[in-house]
Design a binder for this molecule. Sequence first.
Ligand code: ADP
Ligand code: MG
Length: 515
Amino acid sequence: MSREIYPKYPPDLSEAQLDYLLTSIKDWSIANGLAVRPVPSFVSKDQDPAGSLAVTAPVTIFPSLFPRSCFEQGLGIQTAYNELYAAIASDEPWLKQIVEELAEVDDFIAELWKVYLTVKEEGIVQDITLGLFRSDYMVHLDPMETDAKPTIKQVEFNTIASSFGGLSSKVSEMHNYLLSTDAYPHESASVIKPSSLERSKSIPLLAAGLAKGHNAYGKPKTENPLCVIFVVQDLERNVFDQRHLEYMLLARQGVRSFRVKFDSVMAHTRLDEKRNLLYTPPHAPKQTWEVSVVYFRAGYAPSDYNGKADWDSRLHIERSSAIKCPSILTHLAGSKKVQQVLATPHSPHLARFLQDKEQAAAVHKTFAPIYPMDTSEAGQEARKLAQDPETATRYVLKPQREGGGNNVYRKAIPEFLKQEPESHWPAHILMEMIEPPALTNSILRNGEVQQGGVIGELGVYGVCLWRLKKDAQGLDQIFENYQAGYLLRTKGDQSEEGGVAAGFGAVDSCCLVDV
Ligand code: ADP
Ligand code: MG
């Protein structure tokens, strides 16, 4: 049973109040691009053969309550996390040990590593890397302590395709708009008030990050103008989230960008003899562009790679002199195995990357215990915990995958392990479940309102731009390091997964409370 720490929330609504609120949300969201392309189960292909419809993104009707101290904790340590992951992604010898072990049981990791080695062999021509990161947390209340204070624990750290920076700015704007138009009942004014609603500036801050990368690339090396490319999936429903960054990049930074589908990278880009990446847009082929930054919003999951041609595309980009967001090493640094190695109880590794003791301690506080599932001592302990139906209920088992839908929770773990050959167990990590306090909200999804118990996940964005030492033998210099706004994603407490795009959650913003 989750503990109660919040005031009664959200307020009850009369029919007229609910009607006004929903009309406001439906109109504001479309007018301002808080939208997604509809799922086929909501709008079928027959109803929208041209794929031209857009609908309100799944959103919470009220901004969810969130402890102020936890919010400040999360935003406050983002620059330390940026530095940590920049340092990990620059330390090839350290990563190599982890990755090579993992590659034995995980083909996807093995292929990524192969791409890196191929480029290393030929010589790395771009030593600057851009990270648009997102560190995800949940509020945790220690179930063993009756008067435990809420604190945040990290769910995962994303180093590739960290999504929802576009929609998170929009949803926080919308909740502010709703408050300013009296859409929330006056009885709740002591909780939902301007000073409690936190805006997320992730659109301008992430777009500025892309521009920093673009500027760090320097002058064009060819006679062509410079551009950024967004490498995207073919059927992307979360397209407006990305568009907000593109539009801001042009409007505020004056940087031109193009969307290139992952499977058409080879058709429309080429490398010159110096490995400059050149892009010729099929819609305007008279002008070729030199690519300064490649921003991946695809290529993070095995399902994005349908054979050798797609791996060739990833290699092609990695070989180039464009700044990658992220590089292969940075992508690998974001694997759950790396998170586990840092967060295994008594792990010595954090200090290697964060020399500042205070920063390291603050980061360490946000780790939930994570164990390997290999044959090491910690792994043996984890195997016992995971196979015992009683202790398994405190854990989640995760493979090295991104994008939701892959985890095995609590009492399902022992059964799952019975089906899985033991040789494959090390491809997983075992993580203690984070236990958030009880919270209620309403989610509007596909025109329907669902009210009930919810769980929020805070994502804090970070921008980091750094240079490697030769052959990735360490971090040479950090040029940019800042916190870049936040995301709150909220899901029903009956669904263990949290991906909004996967259909399990909603975008939300924080209504801060002192608890
Ligand atoms: P993915 O790469 O699929 O996003 P995550 O590690 O973020 O993987 O896990 C997916 C979801 O599972 C999270 O959004 C969260 O809702 C839930 N989850 C993951 N780890 C934990 C945990 N330790 N405690 C509670 N819930 C978790
Ligand atoms: Mg996640």
